[in-house]
Design a protein around this ligand. Structure first.
Ligand code: MN
Ligand code: MN
Length: 391
């Protein structure tokens, strides 16, 4: 570099920066946000940690009739750059219209009611699935889909997107598109007279309303051509992944649900006083939604920075990749959280596991305490500590 004239050096540096940015965006697009962790983040660079809580269910969102969508993106919660989330409710007969997401995959967990989805993939596959509470879906980025309420009761589900900049209100909806294409072009596209497109919606419908869907799904126009990988996973109908004295955890990642290559999630139950111990995730950001209960989330961000936030039912929390954290049930009732990660493979390092992986002399030197003290520490991963263990 030293023999390059200054102007050429600057041009070369600019190209290198552009190339690095291209690599960063390519990696992020491929669902691996780890590269971006090397780029300074002004939201996290202050003397104090920023808030990592947003009262999602208290927000207004978008309401049409008896259906609504409330979102948490970087606009509502600036720290949440890696993951966005939505709480959506559909009234009976309502449909979240056919759409796709240009910049995010969609993962969902049904809390209440029943939902039917259809989704098409680039291989020509189409799948229709029905979901009960506790079931999960995953749609890869860009795959066209719709969601509709089944039966006579409203439904409620949580959507998780692997991109914090993604807005549910900026999706590519079928009515928005068809409503803005000249009729002559539509007629040519479908081999139909222009009059076939008279009185189509002129803008985005978003929540469509019509007759209640049939109890069993009807065949698509082209007949059935199932996709190679299913988009549906029954999470809570299975036994928990791990159980402890103070709680339990259900987990689903791409090892059990192969299509879900960019999003992993857990349902975490904590008994009153129980603690999901101090830990961090080496490969993913964490997005939390409190289904029930009151918890305190503590976050450690290096440079002596520690911040605790109280999350109640309907609140969202966010922990950036690699940041230390814990979750404690501080209420009188059991707590349940839905936690999403922007990775296809779950990974965690728990503090008790880290301590247990070191010899007593190392711990003695590190903390300046007698080695005998560390003989009393757990010799395994605690993961969830029950209430009442502390003196
Ligand atoms: Mn969607
Ligand atoms: Mn965690």
């Amino acid at each position: 570099m030293s023999n390059l004239p200054r102007r050429e050096f600057l041009a070369a540096a600019g190209l290198a920066a552009a190339a690095a940015a291209a690599i960063a965006s390519k990696d992020a697009a491929a669902g691996d946000p780890s590269f971006l962790n090397n780029v300074p983040d002004e939201v996290l660079d202050g003397a104090e940690l920023p808030t990592f809580k947003f009262a999602l269910e208290k927000s207004e969102g978008k309401v049409i009739g008896g259906s609504s969508g409330k979102e948490a993106t970087v606009v509502q919660l600036p720290v949440s750059k890696g993951i966005a989330g939505v709480s959506m409710r559909l009234e009976p007969g309502a449909m979240r219209e056919m759409h796709w997401h240009a910049t995010a995959a969609e993962w969902a967990f049904v809390i209440e009611g029943r939902v039917r989805t259809t989704v098409v993939d680039p291989e020509g596959g189409a799948e229709t699935n029905d979901f009960d509470p506790g079931d999960v879906w995953y749609f890869p980025r860009g795959h066209g889909h719709m969601l509709e309420c089944l039966g006579d009761s409203p439904c409620h589900f949580i959507l998780i997107f692997d991109n914090g900049y993604f807005s549910e209100f900026g999706t590519f909806s079928v009515t928005d598109w068809i409503g803005h294409v000249p009729k002559a072009l539509l007629a040519k596209n479908f081999g139909l007279p222009e009059s076939a497109f008279d009185d189509f919606p002129r803008g985005e419908v978003y929540f469509a309303r019509g007759a209640k869907p049939p109890e069993g799904p009807a065949a698509p126009l082209q007949g059935w051509k199932p996709p190679a990988l299913t988009h549906r996973y029954e999470l809570l109908k299975r036994p928990p992944h791990r159980t402890f004295k103070g709680g339990r955890e259900w987990r689903v990642d791409s090892t059990s649900f192969p299509i879900a290559k960019t999003i992993t999630a857990v349902v975490l139950d904590l008994e009153p006083g129980a603690l999901r111990e101090l830990h961090w995730h080496p490969t993913a950001d964490e997005w939390q939604y409190v289904i029930d209960g009151d918890v305190e989330v503590g976050m450690f961000g290096s440079h002596g920075r520690y911040r605790a936030e109280r999350l109640a039912k309907g609140d969202v929390g966010y922990i950036p990749q690699g940041y230390g954290h814990s979750i404690e049930n501080v209420g009188d009732a059991p707590a349940r959280l839905l936690i999403g990660f922007n990775t296809g493979i779950y990974a965690t390092i728990d503090l008790s596991q880290w301590i247990a992986g070191n010899p007593p002399d190392v711990l003695a030197t590190n903390f300046g305490k007698p080695a005998a003290l560390f003989e009393k520490f757990p010799r395994k991963d605690v993961f969830i500590a029950p209430a009442g263990e502390a003196e």
